[in-house]
Design a protein around this ligand. Structure first.
Ligand code: COA
Length: 258
């Protein structure tokens, strides 16, 4: 199915989803979020796809929820429609690795979308922020919770209360992003990381994702128990046998996702 607000391309096992509303800095309309959700579900269901990159333009990953679209909502509408819930949960549903490649503005819902991905690679032009307070609202797609877990209470409070933006260097220093690269190299770097992930066993990638995500949802003790059981379980996989045999035979592994 064709999309109006995103561009989806798949090459070498990597699906790149580019948000594409250039006139409004990729503001996240319900249509865009719905299309993103469908594209992610399609990539999840496609056996050829082994890793996903979510990106925007040079100017903006996404400058937040579409303020024009949101501005006339009433409390009753927001609550009964469960505004942004279904659309934003598509990323959480996806069991394949998702990299956010961020250049320019990642504000409000844009920052929240990036944080919902598995990790963020930033261009040196990236600017992150949760400026909802300037609109008389609070973040609504996980910003108060996720940003706090990424950068700690003090910085998160600062960002949410003042509405200031964080540049790429500060974002890297604070642990919000995994790496910063020159803007021109952003897609090359993200694609190279995605291809590298694609060469691994998908079975193992899914377990890694689940185990790391578990660290946000549970106690340390429970998280370690989960990890240990998954570690034990992977000894039942052919990919464990193949990965270790390949190491011992000094050759590249040929994973089968089994
Ligand atoms: N929703 C709807 N439209 C948006 C938008 C958003 N979140 N962010 C930017 N736009 C639109 C602007 O209204 C403008 O449209 P126009 O040309 O029809 O006037 C266009 O995108 C370009 O934005 P502009 O503000 O002129 O660019 P800028 O370079 O001066 O500033 C930003 C860029 C991102 C700093 C600024 O647009 C901004 O603060 N956006 C809102 C960020 C925000 O509050 N996000 C949280 C939403 S919950």
């Amino acid at each position: 199915m064709a999309f109006e607000t995103i561009i989806v391309e798949t090459e070498d096992h990597v699906t790149t989803i580019r948000m594409n509303r250039p006139d409004v800095m990729n503001a996240l309309s319900i249509e865009l979020l719905g299309e993103l959700s469908r594209a992610l579900d399609q990539a999840s269901a496609d056996d050829k796809v082994r890793c996903i990159i979510l990106t925007g333009s040079e100017k903006a990953f996404a400058a937040g929820a579409d303020i024009k679209e949101m501005s006339n909502k009433t409390f009753v509408q927001a609550l009964t429609e469960d505004l942004y819930t279904a659309e934003s949960e598509a990323i959480l549903r996806c069991r394949k690795p998702i990299i956010a490649a961020v250049a320019g503005y990642a504000l409000g819902g844009g920052c929240e979308l990036a944080m919902t991905c598995d990790f963020i690679i930033a261009a040196d032009t990236a600017k992150f922020g949760q400026p909802e307070i300037n609109l008389g609202i609070v973040a609504g797609i996980g910003g108060t919770q996720r940003l706090t877990r990424f950068v700690g209470k003090s910085k998160s409070m600062d960002m949410h209360l003042t509405g200031r933006f964080m540049d790429a260097a500060e974002a890297e220093r604070s642990g919000l992003v995994s790496r910063v690269v020159p803007a021109k190299k952003l897609m090359e770097e993200a694609t190279s990381a995605a291809r590298r992930i694609s060469e691994k066993s998908m079975l193992t990638s899914m377990v890694v994702k689940e185990a790391v995500d578990r660290s946000y949802e549970t106690t340390l003790r429970e998280g370690i128990l989960f990890e240990r059981r998954m570690f034990h379980a992977l000894f039942a996989s052919r990919d464990q046998a193949e990965g270790m045999a390949a190491f011992l035979e000094k050759r590249e592994p040929r994973f089968r996702d089994k």
